[in-house]
Design a protein around this ligand. Structure first.
Ligand code: SF4
Length: 64
């Protein structure tokens, strides 16, 4: 499973980070600091919850 994030559309409300600061790190201005990553084994549910938590819908889950 992969996560892809449209960083340019992030508004910096940290909802994803509140679900998992490990999967969804923020930069020093509070915006998402990662664009695409392979979800580590066992973190799939957290990744999906983080994606659902983003009110801007900029986090896409790519199931594979
Ligand atoms: S929840 Fe969405 S808008 Fe908010 S910081 Fe995370 S990626 Fe950005």
């Amino acid at each position: 499973m992969k996560i892809r994030i449209d960083k340019s559309a992030c508004v910096g409300n940290a909802r994803c980070w509140a679900i998992s600061d490990e999967l969804f790190p923020l930069d020093e201005d509070g915006y998402i600091d990662i664009e695409e990553f392979e979800v580590p084994a066992g973190k799939e549910d957290l990744a999906r919850r983080g994606a659902r938590a983003c009110p801007e819908r900029v986090i896409t889950v790519i199931e594979n």
